[in-house]
Each structure stands twice: as structure tokens, then as C-alpha cells.
Design a protein around this ligand. Sequence first.
Ligand code: ACO
Length: 323
Amino acid sequence: MKGLRIVSTGRALPKTAVSNEDMSKLVDTNDEWITARTGIKNRYKCQDESCVSLAIKAAGIALERAGIDKNEIGAVITATSTPDYIFPSVSCMIQKELGLSEEIAAFDVSAACTGFLYGLRIAHGFVNSGMSKYILLVGSEQLSRIIDYSDRSTCILFGDGAAAVIVKASDGIFAQKTWTRGDLDALSCDGVNGKECFVHMNGHKVFRFAVTAMEQGIKEVLEKAGLTLSDIDYVVCHQANKRIIEHVKKKYQEHAHKFHVNIDEYGNTSAASIPIVLDEILNEKSDTASAGKQGEVSIAQPRKILCVGFGAGLTWSGAVLEG
Ligand code: ACO
């Protein structure tokens, strides 16, 4: 089996920032409570933007940074729970706006916050089989569309945003585990047959599930890859709650510095949260990046990245790849 390598990344956030102070004008809450319970200080909210427009912007940045022939993109996959339309898919809109070949597959993946990681698995299948050279994988969410802004237990958590990666097969590593457990009680959003369309969450149940899912994701994907955390450069966790990440980090204190946390800035952006972190670490935190063949971002020693996430479904996954 071939490895999977990130060639380039890009992200896009709405212009409008919403602070905890702003949230306290909507519901009975305050900065102290939100910061202590979640680690969130800020999130972004679409005004003129949408899930599709953010996705196109993030994907466009990733494509430009990759410097590749766009006709070599073999598929567009967008992970989202908040598309602009039931159909056409967000991915179809990206194909059109970026002028990608019509001879590709373009479709969306629905697995809530785990959607990007499920998309990674599909992307690997495409490139590993030799069917495609590059895959454009996007996570984009306009969660403000499905938030009840009178429910203080959920509305403070979520933010809008998008990020994209372009991946290709490599001689390096790829390993992944994915899990699914049908469950309507912990996290759901109705919206079919004229029902209200808001996130419903049992915070305690999700929290308990999240810490075990994250630990399982890290442990079992490392076993599958035949690696330990000492071999990993970055651990990229779904950014749902700083306390969940801190809880997991405690188990791996020696490697705590490898866990990147940005939930303070963005809140929980669901399927976009992991690629937003990837964009931050691969573009801002590296002083070794340089232009390679075809203008791709390349480094002498690709970094090993472990991504782990969970979401409604319930769904969860851990993946190891290079970037
Ligand atoms: N501001 C002030 N007080 C609040 C707020 C708020 N925004 N929200 C709830 N409270 C109150 C509650 O009413 C409760 O008051 P009471 O004691 O008088 O009844 C008190 O604060 C404590 O509430 P808890 O729910 O026990 O707070 P907890 O410490 O569990 O934190 C939280 C809640 C942050 C939601 C936590 O349970 C959590 O993070 N759970 C996981 C959420 C998560 O990861 N979701 C992922 C969704 S991803 C996806 O797939 C869509």
C-alpha cells in the first residue's frame, strides 16, 4: 500500500469575528465560563460568505500553493454537514469555480466532525489505486446555519470556516482506522420534513465519548502503522473542546508539545477543524518548507502527522500521513 502525502493546504474564514463578549449579548453567558469550560475565546460567523464560498476560497489557495496542473486533480471531496444546497454538492461548485476538469468525481461526505478524516480514507483509495494523481479534499462548514442562538449550551461552541488539502500517493506512510456507532442521543440535527434544524447535544455524553474515542484513535492507528508517538511530529486533534484535548494530552505528557490547539481562535468548526490546524502547522510553523518540483511545497524530511477526531454519528477515526 502506498503512503499519503499532503502537497499543499489553504484555509478561509469569514470576515466577522464573534468574541465571547459578543456571545454574552445574545445569551446568558460570559467569557469566564466559556473559556474555563471550552477554551474558546473567539469564533467566526458567515455574513456575506457561505459554506460554498469558503470552500472555494480555501481550495483555490491550496491549488495555487500546490503549483500543479489542475487537470491532474482526479476528484474533489468536501466534508460538510452544512452545504448551501441539498444538491448540487459543494464539491461540484468547487469544480466549476476553479475550472477543474469535468472528467472527475466531485461529491460531499457527511460524517459530522469526522468527515474530513473519512474523506482522507476515500482520497487514499483514489490515489493508492492509481485512479488519480491528486485529490482535492476540503472541510467546510457554515455551522451558524444550524445553531439555535437562544441555546447557550451549544451556540457558544461552534464557528464557521473551511480548509483544503491536496494529497498524493507517496513512498511514505499512510495508516487509518475508522469507526461508526449509530447514535441519535448524543448529537443530532433534524431538519427533514419541515422540522427545526438545530444542533441538539448531550454535552456530558459527548465529552465522555470524545475522550475514549480520541485515545482509541491515537493508540490503534499507531499500532496499525507500527509506530509510536516518538515517530510522530504533530498530533492534530479535532478541536471540539480544549478540555478534551488536555485530557488526552495528559496520557502522553512526553509528547504534549506535539498537540496543536487553536480552538481559542475558531471554536469548533466541525469538518473544517482538522484541515485548519493542518494549514496552520504546515504553512506557518515550518521554517523548512521550500518550493519543490512543479512548485509543490516540499521539505527534505516530510513530517509525520497523526490526525484524530470524533463527531456525530457517532463517528471517529485516527490517521497517520505525511506533510
Ligand atoms: N454559559 C454559562 N453557563 C452555561 C452555559 C454557558 N454558555 N452553558 C451551560 N451553562 C450552565 C448549565 O446550565 C449548568 O448550569 P446548572 O449547574 O445551573 O444546571 C452549568 O453551566 C454546567 O453545565 P454543564 O453542561 O454541566 O457544563 P460542562 O462542564 O459539561 O460543559 C460543555 C458543557 C462545554 C458543552 C461540555 O459538556 C462539552 O464540551 N461537551 C462536549 C461537546 C463536544 O465536544 N461537542 C462536539 C460536537 S462536535 C459535532 O460532531 C457537531
